[in-house]
Design a protein around this ligand. Sequence first.
Ligand SMILES: *[C@@H]1O[C@H](CO)[C@@H](O)[C@H](O)[C@H]1NC(C)=O
Ligand SMILES: *[C@@H]1O[C@H](CO)[C@@H](O)[C@H](O)[C@H]1NC(C)=O
Ligand SMILES: *[C@@H]1O[C@H](CO)[C@@H](O)[C@H](O)[C@H]1NC(C)=O
Ligand SMILES: *[C@@H]1O[C@H](CO)[C@@H](O)[C@H](O)[C@H]1NC(C)=O
Ligand SMILES: *[C@@H]1O[C@H](CO)[C@@H](O)[C@H](O)[C@H]1NC(C)=O
Ligand SMILES: *[C@@H]1O[C@H](CO)[C@@H](O)[C@H](O)[C@H]1NC(C)=O
Length: 302
Amino acid sequence: MIVQSIFAALFLTADLGLASQSPRADSGNGTVFDAQFSSLIQEAMDANNITGMSVGVLLPNGGVEFGAWGNRTESGETIAPDTSFGLGSLSKGFLSASLGILMQDFATGKNATALPHGVTEFNWDTKLRDLLPGEWMTEDEFSTSKADLVDLLSHVTGLPRHDVSYSPDDSPRDLVLRMRDLRAAYEFRQLLEYNNQTWTPTKRRIPFFITEHTADLIAGAGGVISSAKDMLLWARLIMNGGVDPQTNVQIIPNATVNLVTTGHSVYSNEGNELFSVMEYGLGWIRTAYRGHEVSICVPFVS
Ligand SMILES: *[C@@H]1O[C@H](CO)[C@@H](O)[C@H](O)[C@H]1NC(C)=O
Ligand SMILES: *[C@@H]1O[C@H](CO)[C@@H](O)[C@H](O)[C@H]1NC(C)=O
Ligand SMILES: *[C@@H]1O[C@H](CO)[C@@H](O)[C@H](O)[C@H]1NC(C)=O
Ligand SMILES: *[C@@H]1O[C@H](CO)[C@@H](O)[C@H](O)[C@H]1NC(C)=O
Ligand SMILES: *[C@@H]1O[C@H](CO)[C@@H](O)[C@H](O)[C@H]1NC(C)=O
Ligand SMILES: *[C@@H]1O[C@H](CO)[C@@H](O)[C@H](O)[C@H]1NC(C)=O
């Protein structure tokens, strides 16, 4: 399936307190952040007590525009398009892309580590039981033997969040070993049940302002930090099928971009006047906005 369009405007927000400052568009050609759009953003900030926000917009002609509003510190230093934010679950899109790159490395002999003994290939169908020998086990025999990375990342293991079952002192291995004791809410592949923990066995570690040990635990589900400027490069890369439009280098395999932005499970089975029903890819939601097909990375920003 072709991703015809992707929301290019990435709203990165810091929910720090009461906003009271006037909007301040930082740069751009002035075509997008006109007075009307700026006051809409200000209203949204005021209504949600957002202290600072930066927004990047990719124009159809390839141009970019940035806007920044509010403060990034208590002493009043202002937000800029390159101010870093924790991305929350937008991190999940980075993790699934990284896995595709890693699989390609194994397929082309560029891998720097070996697969577990007896495992000959690493792809989206490789079973977790083989990737985590002696560790992957759930209360259900079927998901213990059949679950693969697509199941894990499209939230269809049947396991609910169980968010109080782990602590910052746990290692990713602790989480995996505990999964056999956690009760499922649904049968394997029956229904989507959003779960942060299932993103941990596949963690990609990216520096974050939390302890090294906790970083391991949360990196896959929500550990990336980035800015509106860099997220626009990311959006452009995904929209261009994984090819960097400037260097023409294929960074993420095209098949990976297609796979992760294609629906694998039902995220929301009700539409409204703006959005169609929503499917969940691997870290991405697939939906139609006013009849235009889009892929969006779910921004549960924290
Ligand atoms: C303004 O638009 C042009 C294309 O029309 C683009 O090349 C340029 O980068 C844009 N400038 C900014 C600051 O976004
Ligand atoms: C914003 O802050 C005010 C004052 O603390 C509070 O009454 C209100 O509920 C907050 N609004 C939201 C959306 O959090
Ligand atoms: C931003 O900082 C300025 C200067 O300290 C202050 O007057 C203003 O209220 C702050 N705005 C917000 C939204 O906190
Ligand atoms: C790459 O993976 C293969 C398959 O597991 C393994 O035989 C090989 O040693 C790995 N290469 C490196 C450099 O670890
Ligand atoms: C990626 O795959 C899609 C769907 O098959 C195709 O339409 C598109 O041209 C491909 N893009 C690249 C950069 O290979
Ligand atoms: C799990 O993810 C959801 C959505 O991103 C988030 O609201 C929640 O706080 C996360 N839970 C933990 C324990 O990180």
